[in-house]
Design a protein around this ligand. Structure first.
Ligand SMILES: NC(=O)CC[C@H](N)C(=O)O
Length: 360
């Protein structure tokens, strides 16, 4: 019989469920966030932006097509724990290589299932994002105090690459330096498909070092944590904005680019995580359905004079993308690499390539 495990939240709520995945040797404390994506759980699990978080899938049945490493967004799982209503022990798909439980065990990540994920999601929506503790012993109410003071630290340093490396293109037309804050593989795949030679550099790389590669363009990746926790990167980035080299930022990359230009960011009540977030392109009036995973946003009213608010979220009006006037740069809060999720906004990679071609 499955072991009973508990999820204690910062507000004192305690939910009871069953254990799956890796053994719960010690309590796991992390920020509890929900995603509404109905598919793409392998991509979610392996997205480094979830470092320091435990993820609730609002869709109740997870794992029915199994797990295939070709879908990984990074080498493994970076989130602290996984929360589902039900997981599927007998996946059925021609691409399936392993099941969800075995994958979590192999990656040393514990999970909890058979709890009311709808109730949990409603709580987070009403009270805002909270820290939580996954534990095998019924927690006492005093333990809530540690949860309140817990925070994600050094997130980017945990998920960036250790050394620079290159991924050459068979038909190289542009050389892009990808600044890796916890980059998703699909950013690499999309740039590669557009004939970009890639040099991928760690988060600690200086602007001078990036310029020494003589890139045609600089790509700022997604990544975990509070964007303001990266003052050194923000300062280096402000130098790159003066280089005249095209810059494209995604998610954390977008937030860091905005901070480097003097804008401010704020924490959203419960973030946007899912594969059907609507955004409007204010330049063209077109709406797109996008994949998203973020807890912070650039404050619309903090944008400096050199920035134009280009995309907004149609649900809450928050900033989803910015174009810069005094250097060839733009950035989006959503995921145009769209993995998993709709491909509507893939054209933004071509806009980046067009900026590089214009400069060549
Ligand atoms: N996917 C991301 O890059 C997330 C950016 C940032 N960590 C946030 O939560 O807002």
């Amino acid at each position: 019989m499955e072991q009973t495990v508990y999820l204690q939240l910062e507000d004192g709520t305690c939910l009871t469920g069953k254990h799956f995945g890796a053994p719960l040797k010690e309590d796991v404390i992390a920020e509890v966030v929900f995603t509404t994506a109905m598919t793409g759980y392998t991509e979610t699990l392996t997205d480094p932006s979830y470092y320091g978080q435990m993820v609730v899938q609002t869709f109740p049945l997870i794992g029915n097509y199994g797990v295939n490493p070709k879908d990984f967004e990074s080498k493994g799982i970076h989130m602290s724990a996984y929360i589902t209503r039900e997981w599927c022990p007998c996946p059925s798909n021609f691409r399936c290589q392993t099941d969800l439980d075995a994958f979590l065990k192999q990656q040393n990540v514990p999970g909890i299932y058979d709890l009311d994920t709808r109730y949990l999601t409603k709580l987070i929506r009403e009270r805002g994002v909270m820290n939580g503790r996954l534990t095998s012993l019924r927690p006492d109410s005093a333990a809530v105090e540690d949860l309140k003071s817990w925070a994600i630290t050094d997130a980017v340093a945990h998920v960036t690459c250790r050394e620079p490396y290159q991924i050459p293109s068979p038909l190289p037309r542009h050389h892009v330096v990808l600044w890796d804050f916890g980059a998703k593989q699909n950013i690499i795949r999309k740039l590669h498909a557009l004939n970009c030679d890639l040099t991928i550099v760690p988060a600690s790389t200086t602007a001078a070092r990036i310029l020494s590669y003589s890139p045609d363009g600089i790509m700022l990746s997604n990544g975990p944590g509070n964007p303001k926790d990266n003052p050194a990167i923000i300062s280096e980035l402000s130098h790159l904005c003066k280089s005249g080299i095209p810059i494209f930022g995604i998610c954390l990359g977008h937030q860091l680019l905005a901070l480097a230009n003097g804008a401010d960011t704020e924490k959203l009540k419960y973030g946007h995580r899912g594969a059907n977030q609507p955004v409007k392109d204010l330049l063209t009036g077109r709406d797109y359905i996008t994949s998203q995973n973020h807890g912070y946003a650039v404050k619309n009213d903090s944008l400096p004079d050199n920035a134009i608010l280009r995309f907004i979220n149609l649900n809450d009006g928050t900033c989803e993308g910015v174009s810069y006037q005094d250097f060839p740069g733009f950035s989006v809060q959503f995921h145009p690499e769209a993995c998993g999720g709709p491909h509507d906004s893939e054209f933004l990679f071509r806009e980046f390539v067009a900026l590089m071609e214009r400069r060549a």
